[in-house]
Design a protein around this ligand. Structure first.
Ligand code: PMP
Length: 424
């Protein structure tokens, strides 16, 4: 009945769209990285938040021990020993930063960064990149790419503007007046289609933001915590460390909601002064909660350098496997990304049947149904992949970090067979 209630009362539109690609899915059980539906059908979860597998026993045990102890359920933000410990551990792992501010979701970490930038610089403008996804609050939506995730909510936050993706000249022009408080970027755009910022753009970004006193904010909600296999943060090897780094997704081990904003203490205190230090000017009730901190501390224990190195190695192998094996298919465009943040871009055959318009979803209009269709076929084969928020010509793979290598090999074969089937 729970599933029917979900469809009826919670999210009829999403349920309708899921149904469009096949049967509505009822997930009833999870074991490690595998989800089971009510038919007992098993699918490997490629959704990313479960980097450590569902209900990871080590993380679940840490949560259980906390709940069984006599520690308070809630502390005022400044005196929470678990959040304090987590802040220190995060800064040690990330390097460079010595302050962590905690919130509950990626969106409100973005919001905290935007407010920090305004408070610190007293400047009006805020920049985002075309193709960006930053969340669902007004600040994050305002910096986000044009399209159905943003447009219905106009007007947006004053001073918010876009820079075309990878356009160094446009970036230089936008920053030149010296009135930009912050620019927010994803090292690899996730919802925008697994698109990595080109190196020359990153160089210009690091140099120009420093020159003009604009805060460089890296939204690493998708790319951090080992996901790209390039280390703890994807920005660690940038020519200049961003002033602000945002983390969320599997920070709480995929179980508890928690996000973090890492900065230098100096950046943070100059923005908010004593008002922030006492939790007055920007804070949320559950932002520094102990339960999420406990889960995140356990997740950090699991995030070893060896695990991250494996993500890098197997991610590269997966990408090469997909590129080599799928090259024969006219539907295949490219496999791209880093580590276990991979996207498979597809060509859309020009056929009216393959548009969402055909199914009566006018708002999605021209978007091709090809990638949801492939995801649906792969679901039947035992893999739960998903499309990007903005770019539906792509499907994404964000495997758990300890997925068996053979499973990734088998996945490549499955994708090749499904593309052959669709073409046939
Ligand atoms: N930033 C990026 C890059 C994201 O991908 C997301 C979520 N997909 C967010 C921010 C927002 O995070 P949340 O959904 O936790 O609010």
């Amino acid at each position: 009945r729970g599933f029917d209630e979900y469809r009826e009362f919670v999210n009829p539109l999403i349920a309708q769209r899921a149904a469009l690609a096949g049967e509505p899915i009822k997930l009833v059980r999870a074991e490690g990285g595998v989800l089971y539906d009510d038919d007992g059908h098993a699918v490997e979860d490629f959704h990313g938040t479960q980097a450590f597998g569902h209900r990871n026993p080590y993380i679940a045990d840490a949560i259980r021990r906390y709940l069984d102890s006599d520690a308070p359920s809630w502390y005022p933000a400044r005196v929470n020993p678990f959040a304090g410990r987590l802040a220190r551990r995060l800064c040690e792992r990330a390097g460079h930063y010595d302050n962590a501010f905690f919130a509950c979701t990626g969106s409100d970490a973005v919001e905290a960064a935007l407010k920090l930038a305004r408070a610190r610089t007293k400047r009006p403008r805020l920049l985002g990149l075309e193709g960006a996804y930053h969340g669902c609050t007004f600040g994050s939506v305002s910096l986000m790419s044009k399209g159905y995730l943003r447009d219905p909510f106009a007007p947006f936050v004053e001073g918010a503007e876009h820079v075309p993706f990878g356009d160094v000249d446009a970036l230089a022009r936008a920053l030149a007046p010296g009135d930009v408080a912050a620019i927010v970027v994803e090292p690899i755009q996730g919802e925008g289609g697994v698109r990595e910022l080109p190196a020359p753009f990153v160089e210009a970004l690091c140099e120009l933001t420093e020159k003009h006193g604009t805060l460089l904010v890296a939204d690493e909600v998708q790319t951090a915590l080992g996901r790209t296999g390039r280390g703890f943060l994807a920005t660690a090897r940038w020519p200049r460390r961003p002033d602000v780094v945002l983390l969320a997704k599997h920070l709480g081990g995929g179980i508890t909601p928690i996000s973090a904003m890492l900065t230098k203490r100096e950046t943070f205190l100059r923005a908010y002064g004593d008002h922030f230090a006492s939790g007055e000017s920007h804070n949320t009730t559950m932002g520094f909660n102990a339960l999420s901190s406990v889960a995140a501390l356990a997740a950090l224990d699991l995030l070893t350098d060896e695990r991250i190195e494996r993500v890098g190695r197997l991610g590269a192998k997966l990408q090469k496997g997909l590129s080599d094996t799928l090259a024969r298919s006219p539907l295949f465009r490219e496999a791209r990304g880093a580590g276990f943040m991979q996207g498979v871009a597809l060509n859309s055959p020009d056929h009216p049947w393959l548009s969402f318009e055909h199914f009566g979803f006018e708002d999605l209009g021209q978007k091709s149904i090809i990638s949801p269709l492939v995801c649906h076929r792969l679901y039947r084969r035992g893999y739960f992949c998903f499309t990007c928020g903005h770019d539906w010509s792509l499907f994404r793979l964000q495997p758990r970090f300890d997925i068996p290598e053979e499973k990734l090999d088998a996945f490549v074969v499955a994708v090749a067979e499904e593309l052959d089937y669709i073409e046939g």
